[in-house]
Design a protein around this ligand. Structure first.
Ligand SMILES: NC(=O)c1ccc[n+]([C@@H]2O[C@H](COP(=O)([O-])OP(=O)(O)OC[C@H]3O[C@@H](n4cnc5c(N)ncnc54)[C@H](O)[C@@H]3O)[C@@H](O)[C@H]2O)c1
Length: 335
């Protein structure tokens, strides 16, 4: 099947979107990035033109889709910080839900009928059972998680009522950086564990906070499933092909199936960079489940995908190379 179609990558100036733009370009797709640069970076757009625009601007989206002859959308654009969503839920529902509705309206008007959506394991809340399969009941603990669940429902009904082909990919913890050092994680503020540890190691923050040491896990710290951003990017290319081949719309977990505790990540990071990392141990953070680990078999089978870059060593090594690079644009950002 020819893959020479144009893919609109919303949020392509962000962390996961930029890595996926690279994977798409390598797979022969033409990429157009659509991003308002509210959280993303111009430097991260390297694999296709940037159309600066706002998700809520339906008419702008429609015009770009028609002018660029867009054949499919990969939809990463969203506000992503859980704590921020607890402070301003209305902003999250407007940006993530109304923004996605605007995108779906533009797609319908422009005749674009395929979309891959960035969903999250945050919509499982405190899961009844771990590892977590896709049929686990959803119970988001934040407006962020709820906004993602609401978009999944929009996709479901858009599929039934208007024939949209869609795929919702529920990522676990995205981590790591491009092996060639061409992109990496650069959120501001940065709340994710690995970049926060590395920022502390580099003296860019006084210490990395570690939340909770009394969880019902072997060492008392939370357990998460870390998936390398390059593996996520590859899964998106496969998900798009899957839709192009006419397979049914569905929801897939993207994780490795292996869990690592915060203390294990800290120990691995100290081993890899060869020095102690300043940390500050704090109480539990509200809304943090003790253990979030994917049952990723459905994605393995349906996409014929297996994480190939997600060893903890590779995740930390690539993230370290990225964050310690003197010329990395991320180096000057606050954490
Ligand atoms: N990082 C993770 O671990 C993780 C885990 C699960 C799900 N996700 C989801 O993956 C997606 C990408 O996450 P990321 O870590 O790359 O985030 P990011 O903040 O680096 O990228 C998001 C991009 O979307 C853009 N954007 C936001 N609102 C927009 C709007 N209204 N119009 C146009 N552009 C807008 C931002 O400018 C930014 O470039 C998000 O949807 C997020 O919810 C991320």
């Amino acid at each position: 099947m020819s893959s020479q179609i144009t893919v609109l990558v919303t949020g392509g100036a962000g962390y996961i979107g930029s890595h996926t733009a690279k994977a798409l370009a390598r797979a022969g797709y033409r990429v157009v990035v659509y991003d308002n640069l509210s959280r993303g970076h111009r430097w991260a757009v390297r694999w296709g033109p940037l159309e600066e625009g706002e998700l809520l601007d339906t008419e702008h989206l429609r015009k770009v889709m028609v002018a660029e002859r867009v054949g499919a959308v990969l939809h990463f654009a969203a506000l992503i910080e859980v704590g921020e969503s607890m402070k301003t839920p209305e902003t999250f529902f407007r940006n993530n839900v109304s923004g996605s509705l605007s995108l779906l309206n533009a797609m319908r008007d422009a005749g674009v009928r395929r979309i891959v959506f960035s969903s999250t394991c945050a919509l499982y809340g405190f899961p009844e059972k771990v590892p977590i399969a896709e049929d686990t009941p959803t119970a988001p603990l934040s407006p962020y998680g709820e906004s993602k669940l609401m978009v999944e429902r929009l996709l479901h009904w858009e599929g039934i009522c208007h024939g949209l082909q869609w795929m919702a990919l529920r990522y676990f913890n995205a981590a790591g950086a491009d092996a060639d050092g061409e992109s990496g994680e650069s959120h501001s503020p940065e709340t994710h564990l690995i970049p926060s540890l590395l920022a502390a190691a580099l003296g860019r923050r006084p210490a990395c906070p570690i939340f909770g040491g009394d969880y019902p896990t072997p060492d008392g710290t939370c357990i998460r499933d870390y998936i390398h951003v390059t593996d996520l990017a590859d899964a998106h290319v496969l998900a798009l092909r899957h839709l192009q081949e006419g397979n049914p719309s569905t929801v897939l977990n993207l994780g490795t199936g292996d869990g690592f505790s915060v203390n294990q990540i800290l120990a691995a990071a100290e081993r890899i960079i060869g020095k102690p990392i300043p940390i500050s141990r704090q109480g539990r953070r509200p809304g943090d489940p003790p253990r979030l680990v994917a049952a990723p078999q459905k994605a393995f089978e349906q996409l014929n995908w297996k994480p190939a870059h997600s060893s903890i060593e590779n995740i930390i090594e690539t993230a370290w190379k990225w964050s310690s690079h003197a010329h990395s644009p991320a180096a000057s950002l606050s954490v």
